[in-house]
Design a protein around this ligand. Structure first.
Ligand SMILES: C[S@@+](CC[C@H](N)C(=O)[O-])C[C@H]1O[C@@H](n2cnc3c(N)ncnc32)[C@H](O)[C@@H]1O
Length: 318
């Protein structure tokens, strides 16, 4: 008999992101595997706890914590990742065999959505391929950080008729992707936005999306790059970690599709307008925006820390 695994997207920072499907899936689990990464990570751990507290209706599932092995940083990047996945798969396998009954269901709670820069699906496939424990699984989608970014900025992800490339900071730092006009960037530990040299480019940037610490910045990239770098540094210093993601749109040459950009009417609750800030952060804490940008820091609550990999936004599957 195959043990059942449910890979559940839990959203990108706000327990309210949990879908009804995710809540039902959570409630069908007998066991939860919860990763503990070194200093993990008060915020991630708290969010998972809060989700369980709010949404589990009946008997609490057993929680089995495991330490996430460190990924080798030396040598070939691809080989390092493959070895890392194999090591996590071996841990899952052992836990399944030793601590999960054949008729039981295991939940894996995945930040955001499991299909976006996350390797849980690959790791579970690795377990299956190993053939030592029979496993079947399903995937429950979650709200991604990209959705939270677009919702926060009140923009569609794509411009009309145009594609969007999703990439990492490390890749963007190697050069603008050929053929792309719109690029969404995740896992950026190197502030790759600063390498984009186009006076017409616009950036929609967001950090701690969905959380009470959320900060949104929008504007012309060349004018806002410095503000974002300073905002990022100050926020990271203050909270001890940062997760950010952003969308850069370059101008569309005539005849290459409709380069529409949503222009908002001023909205009193967002304090929109050049250089205005949203909801009371002092100037000392968050630098004011540049000449044509909007800076929207969210409310202020909570301290936390994340695994260095994610805190630094370094590229690497979760
Ligand atoms: C390992 S990826 C996981 C992405 C996740 N599966 C998702 O659906 O958003 C981690 C990266 O996602 C982005 N990210 C995740 N949550 C975020 C948040 N709340 N605010 C800003 N960026 C976030 C950051 O770029 C971070 O480096």
């Amino acid at each position: 008999m195959a043990r059942r695994i449910r890979i559940i997207g839990i959203g990108a920072g706000n327990p309210d992101h949990m879908t009804v499907q995710a809540i039902d899936a959570l409630n069908s689990c007998d066991v939860l595997f919860l990763p503990v990464k070194g200093e993990e990570k008060a915020f991630l751990a708290d969010m998972r706890r809060e989700i369980c507290r709010r949404f589990i209706r009946g008997a609490e599932p057993r929680v089995l914590e495991f330490s996430v092995p460190k990924r080798r940083a030396d040598g070939d990047y691809g080989a390092g990742v493959t070895d890392w996945h194999a090591a996590i798969a071996a841990i899952y396998e052992r836990m399944l065999l030793d601590s999960v009954g054949e008729a039981e269901t295991v939940g894996l709670l995945v930040w955001g959505d499991p299909m976006l820069y996350d390797s849980t699906i690959r790791i579970v496939e690795h377990v299956r391929a190993g053939g030592r424990v029979a496993v079947d699984y399903d995937v429950i989608p979650g709200i991604t950080s990209l959705q939270a970014l677009c919702a926060g900025h009140r923009i569609p992800l794509n411009r009309i008729g145009l594609p969007v490339e999703i990439t990492t900071g490390r890749r963007l730092a190697e050069g603008w992707p050929e053929g792309a006009r719109d690029v969404a960037v995740m896992l950026d530990g190197v502030q790759a936005f600063a390498t984009v040299d186009d006076p017409g480019a616009e950036i929609h940037w967001g950090a701690y999306l969905g959380t009470p610490m959320e900060i949104l910045v929008f504007g012309n990239l060349s004018e806002m790059a410095q503000t974002i770098a300073e905002t990022r540094r100050a926020a990271r210093e203050r909270h001890g970690w940062i997760m950010d993601t952003y969308l850069i749109r370059r101008p569309v040459p005539d005849g290459e599709g409709n380069g529409d950009t949503v222009r908002h009417l001023p909205s009193p609750d967002r304090g929109e307008g050049a250089g205005r800030r949203m909801r009371g952060q002092s100037k000392q804490e968050v630098p004011s925006s540049g000449p044509s940008g909007h800076l929207f820091p969210g409310g202020e609550k909570g301290t936390a820390s994340l695994p260095p990999d994610e805190a630094d936004g370094k590229e690497g599957p979760a």
